[in-house]
Design a protein around this ligand. Sequence first.
Ligand SMILES: *Cc1c(COP(=O)(O)O)cnc(C)c1O
Length: 454
Amino acid sequence: MDKRTKFTLDEEEIPRYWYNIQADLPEPLPAALHPATGKPLKPEDLAPLFPMELIKQEVSTERWIEIPDEVRDIYRLWRPTTLYRAHRLEKALDTPAKIFYKYEGTSPPGSHKPNTAVAQAYYNKQEGVKRMVTETGAGQWGSALSFGGACFNLEIKVYMVKISYNQKPYRRIMMETWGAKCIPSPSSDTKAGRDMLAKDPDCPGSLGLAISEAVEDTVSHDDTHYAIGSVLNHVLLHQTVNGLEAKKLMEKANAYPDIIVGCIGGGSNFAGLYLPFVKDKLDGMKPSLRIINVEPASCPSVTKGPYAYDFGDEAGLAPIIKMFTLGHGFIPPPIHAGGLRYHGMAPIICHLCKLGFVEARAEHQLATFEAGVTFARTQGIISAPEPNHAIKVVIDEALKCKESGESKTILLAHSGHGHVDMAAYDAYLSGKLQDYEYPTEKIEEALAQLPKVG
Ligand SMILES: *Cc1c(COP(=O)(O)O)cnc(C)c1O
């Protein structure tokens, strides 16, 4: 029996290029539109928000984009990350399936997010930017950008969704330790925030609203750029460093996945892992490979939303993009997987879904924590609430293998640890955690507000 548990690469094997799926898509992505005019977005429209190098990456159709040495040198602090074989979970489930997981929880902030935060901070520094502003849901992205800012001596301000700000004080303290400023959103620092507070003083906040605040702050300061932790093409691009490592490591393990599973909030960690594998499907080499995107049942954009043009943010300041959406005004229920509370989804994922290359599934919160506890008691890792969604589906697929007797190879994208989410585990273990039904009415209301585009 093959007992090997960890598969690792040498530091020198950190990929030198990111993989850009836009070079290989059978049909190009639908154009992004300007939020004010509804006309196709031009690169210069994004210049107030992002450095030109990132804007180029956003629309590039070059297959390989070089990772700057300065970024690779910082990646060395935790990359390459390890691929594990989950022997103990397999045994507990008594399944013939082979379960692997690529674990991103060993980065300084504890998730995949610094893969792009460091790159974004680098390109901004190169362009002479002094200050970067962003939003954060669960605090993972805010802490990652704060770490990125510390790497390149940039001033960072983070608008943190209020429900998470209150539930997760340790994320704020991490941001402050790395030198950033973090405030709860909705805040009184922006018009978008003040308008919402006037409407609903108890508003728990949403990622869409926090994006509006960060964008507004950015365009009202000259020395400032915006950074986004997910959804956009350049963010998914940076995350492919993980998928490229995973491919090499699966080879080392003499395996190739039949099923790849991951959680999607804006889609960056999972797409980053699977895009290099999607290439094999596009090339016709692995037609049977299944890729399952897992989202929360209470915020089911891909499984329940229409594929439509919508604003990236609550206030309608961010570009209009074509995606599966629940409506930019939708405020998802306060589940603990704060990183999965976004009304839309990465256009690349939506496009691949529409073309039939990937599929999606939605899971309820309680079942995901049950799966996360099983994972912790077998593999040891206490996972963030977000990857627990994927673990739930991995366990289901492994149990199906047990029934059918098939020995499928399952690869899990494990996006991060849950060490600062212990209050959520406490709620689960003490029976206080609840499920939220699909909020039909609120979604219908939000969908009525989709922008009209020609
Ligand atoms: C932010 C986050 C997510 C969700 O974001 P994606 O862009 O969909 O990856 C998932 N897992 C963890 C640990 C996160 O921090």
